[in-house]
Design a protein around this ligand. Structure first.
Ligand SMILES: Nc1nc2c(ncn2[C@@H]2O[C@H](COP(=O)(O)OP(=O)(O)O)[C@@H](O)[C@H]2O)c(=O)[nH]1
Ligand SMILES: [Mg+2]
Length: 478
């Protein structure tokens, strides 16, 4: 039984070998990816890290420490070897066959071994020799194919050379999300040399069950590694679920922080509103950073034109009514646009707090005008202080943005260099309860617990009730 599986990732140059590995090991910085041929010049070993610190960050909310390292502790591991491309397979195939006398009984491995011992392995075919050496040392190969390519002579020779290794080979059809492909022809060629294990796996837009299919196919090909691969897959699934749960906790904690956030201000203190908006923006950014870290994407990677993120930041302001309307969030009658949008005012009058919706009109003209509007009765109660809090609609907008970001990151390949785009999904999500602009009851509870917000002074971050509400809100996000 194997406890370590060595997999050589081989194929023609520029077919997406390095990209496939970036996707499988969730690391957008692994190796070098480029349109130019021959970017990967050496064999590079890499494994999927099975511990994840970002998952631990939120464990204080659940009290459960994610089980890490259980595979690593047993020294069980899958090692991938990224190799340079097989560039000149036609010349190599000829050369290998010339090395063998005409009536020789040498088999495929004999031929490859002879080649590796020949002087040309150090001179003209040094790059190819690296690939073949690694292939012979590995337990199996993942053969990456660009299915847009017609099946030219050079590929016939390439496949024949690989088949000489007598290693189990899993063919991975890449670029399958492109419209014009030569899949049928490739499958025919592969089966002619006895390669029948074939999966479709686009490195940039991998299918949802892509990883499962890949490891399951390997388990069928390399019987001694079956148990290891099954455990590996279970670990991947476990990490995926833990990541999803941690993401929901990140979002839920942000929601509770912002819902419970309040400031007591004097009438007409417009600066207080601006300051509060900035605090909320910063809190949202913290959630974005946490999500990016959780899904192992770095914020600097995003380029200028990206939506919804520009260099790891949303490029639409949270307090922007147009954006709110665009995704279809229903705005209540009292909702105002303009500078004061999104921060509602409750009047704290002799211990009685009036609903913010009724008094939203106050935001535009300041509290003095409100007092006029609501008459003498109110004025007599008026203690001289107002309580600012963030409007329901803004919180709903925030949650939709964060859920959308989470989904985008969850499905995103680490080989994808395109900016994260605001898809139509967000509009679809907006049809659910959040789109109505009304907070669910569970979250509303936070309105009466200002000490639950890390944005207020005297926060009780570890308050059991706070943690419990965060967990409940997180569960409702699923
Ligand atoms: N659209 C698309 N592009 C891909 C895919 N796989 C690789 N690429 C691009 O193809 C180029 C070569 O990829 P790379 O991983 O460096 O290939 P390698 O030479 O085989 O390691 C890069 O520009 C990648 O971004 C894919 O599945 N779809
Ligand atoms: Mg490469």
């Amino acid at each position: 039984m194997l406890t370590r599986l060595h997999l050589a990732v081989v194929g023609h140059t520029n077919v997406g070998k390095t990209s496939l590995l970036r996707t499988l090991i969730r690391d957008s910085h692994f190796g070098e990816v480029s349109d130019k041929p021959g970017t990967t010049r050496h064999v590079e070993a890499i494994t999927l890290p099975l511990s994840d610190n970002a998952l631990l960050d939120k464990s204080f909310l659940t009290g459960k420490i994610p089980r890490n390292h259980y595979l690593a502790a047993d020294n069980e591991e899958i090692l991938f070897y990224d190799t340079p491309g097989l560039e000149d397979s036609v010349a190599l195939y000829d050369y290998i066959n010339h090395l063998i006398p005409a009536n020789s009984k040498a088999d495929g491995i004999d031929k490859l071994t002879l080649f590796l011992q020949s002087p040309e392995a150090e001179i003209n075919f040094s790059q190819e020799a690296k690939v073949i050496r690694q292939l012979l040392k590995s337990d199996a190969a993942i053969y990456v194919i660009d299915v847009r390519e017609p099946v030219l002579a050079k590929y016939h020779d390439e496949v024949a050379i690989l088949a000489n290794s007598d290693k189990p080979i899993l063919a991975v059809l890449n670029f399958t999300s492109t419209s014009q492909t030569n899949e049928k022809e490739w499958k025919r060629l592969l089966s002619r040399v006895g390669i029948h294990a074939i999966i479709r796996f686009d490195a940039i837009f991998p299918p949802l069950d892509g990883e499962e299919r890949l490891y399951q196919s390997l388990a069928l090909l390399v019987e001694p590694a079956k148990l290891l691969l099954t455990k590996w897959l279970a670990k991947i699934t476990e990490m995926r679920n833990a990541r999803d749960q941690a993401a929901n906790l990140i979002i839920a904690e942000t929601l509770v922080d912002i819902t419970a956030y309040e400031e007591r201000v004097k009438p007409d203190d417009k600066q207080a509103i601006v300051d509060m908006q900035n605090q909320v923006r910063r809190r949202e950014q913290k959630a974005v950073d946490e999500l990016l870290r959780l899904y192992q994407f770095d914020s600097a990677q995003e380029d200028e034109g990206s939506l919804p993120l520009v260099k790891g930041r949303y490029n639409t302001d949270l307090f922007n009514t147009e954006a709110l309307k665009m995704i279809g969030i229903h705005l209540s009658k009292g909702f105002l646009s303009g500078a004061t949008i999104g921060i509602g005012i409750d009047l704290a009058v002799g211990g009685v707090t009036l609903g913010s919706a009724a008094l939203l009109g106050a935001a535009a003209g300041g509290l003095a005008q409100t007092a006029k509007q609501y008459g003498a009765k109110l004025r007599s109660w008026f203690s001289g202080y107002g309580k600012l809090s963030v409007d329901d609609e803004i919180i709903c907008f925030l949650v939709l943005r964060l859920i959308h970001l989470k989904e985008s990151l969850n499905h995103r390949s680490h080989a994808n260099n395109d900016p994260i785009r605001l898809s139509t999904e967000i509009a679809k999500q907006a049809k659910n309860q959040w789109g109505k602009g009304v907070l669910p009851k569970r979250l509303k509870v936070a309105r009466n617990h200002s000490h639950w917000s890390t944005l207020n002074k005297g926060t009780k971050k570890h308050d059991e009730k706070r943690k419990s509400i965060i967990r409940q809100v997180a569960q409702q996000l699923c």
